[in-house]
Design a protein around this ligand. Structure first.
Ligand code: GUN
Length: 288
């Protein structure tokens, strides 16, 4: 079998056009411009790339981008002070604090100091609770992007067995909640799961979010299953060149799967598009 490629790049581009239309209508009809504040503490190179790309796309869809780059020596009090300012700023509808934070900062404390209505990452404990109880929440962007690709491909997901590999708060756990909300039977697998290959072979849908390059080989995949690869791992070849690969071994998985997301160009672009969508949602809710 040759898997259908789930083109997240093209899907996200269409989504950004719809978002830009909404933004233009908000401005024309109500004089409101949605604003997204992104806070980066420290110099992590991967985070710098993500933050730059978020800022660029925010401006491209017509929204305001507020970037706050702080040194890695920033104190918790100073960071909390900045978040309090952003919470109170009516021009800021969404706040994202790029993770990971330097070790001396308490991420839970920082995330939970964001106004839940502006928490476009959906990481605040209130949003986690709302999502877990099936109420209206800000939904984390990466799992939301995965869900959109799955719904677009399958229509209904009801009754499908989804195996999510990875139990992070950012992807694995909220992904499981969203799939459950769409009536999948959900298994969360992780590094201590007994006989992971046998578990994954039962899945109609596999979501790999472990952060280990090419960890899932094709012989773990049930023929015809859908494979969503959340991993973005930079690897260095023998000749010193670098490339990005996912958490699944693309070639062997694509030979067995019914559908698969590529890396790059699969889940990654969806994450940023969903962040922009969440910011518009936050803006609309803030303005009734
Ligand atoms: N670091 C890696 N992914 C994310 C994300 O989705 N949001 C934030 N804030 N930080 C991240």
């Amino acid at each position: 079998m040759n898997a259908h490629v789930l083109d997240g790049k093209a899907f996200a581009a269409k989504l950004r056009i719809t978002i830009a239309d909404h933004v233009a209508a908000l401005q024309a009809g109500h004089g409101i411009v949605p604003g997204l504040a992104v806070v980066l503490v420290g110099e992590d190179p991967a985070s710098q790339v993500y933050v730059r790309s978020k800022g660029k796309m925010t401006v491209e869809v017509g929204m305001r981008s507020f970037e706050h780059r702080l040194p890695d020596t920033t104190s918790e009090a100073d960071l909390l002070g900045l978040i309090a300012q952003l919470n109170a700023d009516p021009a800021v509808h969404g706040i994202l604090v790029q993770l990971p934070l330097p070790g001396h900062l308490n991420s839970d404390l920082v995330i939970n100091s964001i106004d839940p209505a502006k928490d476009v990452d959906g990481f605040h404990i209130s949003n986690v609770g709302l999502l877990g109880t099936g109420q209206k929440a800000m939904v984390p962007c990466t799992p939301l992007g995965c869900l959109m690709l799955l719904r677009d491909h399958h229509g209904s997901l009801a009754g499908k067995h989804a195996v999510v590999i990875g139990r992070s708060n950012i992807v694995g756990k909220p992904m499981a909640q969203l799939l459950l909300g769409d009536s999948c039977t959900v298994t969360i697998a992780h590094s201590r799961t007994a006989d992971l290959p046998a578990m994954v072979r039962q899945a109609d849908i596999v979501v790999a979010a472990v952060g280990r390059a090419r960890m899932v080989p094709g012989d773990w995949i049930k023929p015809g299953a859908t494979v969503i690869d959340v991993g973005i791992n930079r690897i260095v070849a023998d000749d010193g060149s670098t490339s990005l690969v996912g958490d699944v071994d693309y070639d062997s998985c694509a030979a067995v799967a019914g559908a698969i997301t590529p890396v790059p160009g699969g889940v990654g672009p969806m994450t940023i598009a969903c962040l922009l969508a969440n910011t518009v949602t936050a803006c609309c809710r803030a303005n009734g």
